[in-house]
Design a protein around this ligand. Structure first.
Ligand code: ZN
Length: 435
């Protein structure tokens, strides 16, 4: 096996292990599950957590009360637990108010949620903004409940506290930022949530170790919707630095990559991502922006209109495991996590290396042989750059084309075009222009 394959296997395993460690925690918009998650993330990468008090006004929204849960169950007339939060945290509707009561099955049923079409799976339900309580269970289990009296208990608290935002900032040579955002508000769901966290952590680890960063990087680990709204409201002064961005979610399943473009549609991030996917040769889908999905809805709201796309494998809502107990640690696999990492890392490399040059010998082609460039210096037939890439870079380096647009026109992987530009610059044939 080659070193790259070995590294990919180690990367995928590390990402999956992190997802497995985070899986049992009961995350929600707020509360201890989020804090425990951020403590584990903070062990892997430099992370600052910020607490925003309940009641804080953020644009048209308000930071909600904090929710914490210790236990929940339903007991039948014989005192047996027929639903138990400790067996699976999806059994409780997220943000359920505390309850302790006895009731008949008919009274209980309106508080029970199941999936008749997927009778063995527990659904994921929340009620963030309407105070209620409920339980989720497999439809087969719901149907097996006998008539009689039931005792229900949800030992939760819903009270003023705070919302926790996690942030990792890696400064670069320029103020221009690449934003990565993932949500940390889902309980035991692996692809929709934990895979995105694992990818963000792996990218941050990789970038923190990089000796030189041209761009600055900001990683947000935040609850969906209210988290990005809160971050944007508290950081409006920083928003103009964001030049590229990706929301990461559902990146560990076996499906092909789906890239959802930013609202702008033609931002550098949109072009770089499409180029990496196209030249990579794997099946993929590119979809236009729509104001539905993850936190790109907030980043791409008209008052911000940031160049933020969304990187996924199977798109949210389109796979049968979505928002059910089947979105488990078996559904995400190390090889797909590693593949998602490799593709996003290639986009990072393209945006780090993108630049414009001027050909200093523009009248007819310069002699490559006399400069040691002909036939692929770097020495071998499999050298880092090839002759056609050299000719494309020389021809299009008129000051107007950046390396990404040259790579697009040449239909060549960005790294080949970049390697050619570096060699030509070293040979004194190109002058690097200011961005
Ligand atoms: Zn979700």
């Amino acid at each position: 096996m080659s070193t790259i394959v070995d590294n990919a296997a180690a990367t995928g395993d590390r990402m999956h292990r992190l997802a497995a460690e985070l899986f049992p925690l009961c995350r929600s918009l707020t509360g201890e599950g989020v804090r425990q998650t951020l403590r584990i993330v903070g062990r892997e990468i430099p992370l600052a957590a910020r607490e925003v008090p309940s009641g804080t006004a953020v644009f048209d929204w308000t930071v909600p009360n904090e929710w914490n849960i210790r236990d929940a169950w339903i007991k039948n007339a014989r005192g047996e637990k027929v639903v138990d939060f400790r067996r699976h945290n999806l059994h409780v509707v997220g943000y359920s108010a505390p309850v302790r009561a006895k009731m008949s099955l008919a009274e209980l049923k309106p508080q029970l949620f199941s999936l008749p079409n997927q009778p063995d799976l527990i659904p994921y339900r929340t009620s963030y903004y309407k105070e209620t309580w409920g339980f989720c269970l497999a439809h087969r289990e719901l149907e097996s409940l006998a008539d009689g009296e039931y005792e229900v208990c949800i030992d939760s608290t819903l009270a003023p506290g705070s919302l926790t935002l996690g942030e990792c900032f890696l400064p670069g040579e320029t103020k221009d930022e690449f934003l990565f955002s993932c949500h940390v508000c889902h309980p035991s769901l692996a692809n929709d949530n934990l895979s995105g966290i694992a990818l963000a952590v792996e990218l941050a680890r990789h970038l923190a170790a990089r000796p030189k960063r041209r761009l600055s990087y900001r990683f947000l680990f935040i609850p969906g919707t209210i988290g990005s709204i809160t971050w944007l409201a508290l950081n409006e002064d920083k928003v103009s630095n964001i030049k590229h961005g990706l929301v990461l979610s559902c990146v560990g399943d076996p499906g092909a990559v789906t890239y959802k473009k930013s609202r702008r549609g033609d931002a550098l991030i949109d072009r770089a991502m499409q180029h990496v996917l196209k030249t990579g040769g794997d099946a993929h889908r590119v979809v236009d922006f729509l104001p539905y999905g993850y936190d790109e809805r907030q980043y791409c709201s008209p008052g911000f209109n940031l160049p933020v796309g969304c990187f996924m494998r199977s798109q949210n809502g389109t796979f049968p495991e979505y928002h059910t107990s089947a979105d488990s640690l078996e559904f995400i696999r190390p090889e797909f996590l590693a593949d998602s990492f490799a593709k996003v890392a290639a986009v990072v490399d393209a945006l780090e290396g993108n630049a414009r040059f001027r050909n200093l010998n523009p009248k007819c082609e310069p002699r490559l042989g006399s400069r040691g460039l002909y036939g692929g210096t770097g020495g071998t037939r499999t050298g880092a750059f090839d002759e056609l890439a050299l000719l494309w870079v020389l021809n299009l380096s008129d000051g107007g084309h950046d390396l990404l647009s040259i790579a697009e026109r040449a239909a060549m992987p960005f790294e080949k075009v970049h390697a050619a530009a570096v060699a030509l610059e070293q040979a004194g044939l190109l002058q690097r222009l200011e961005a």
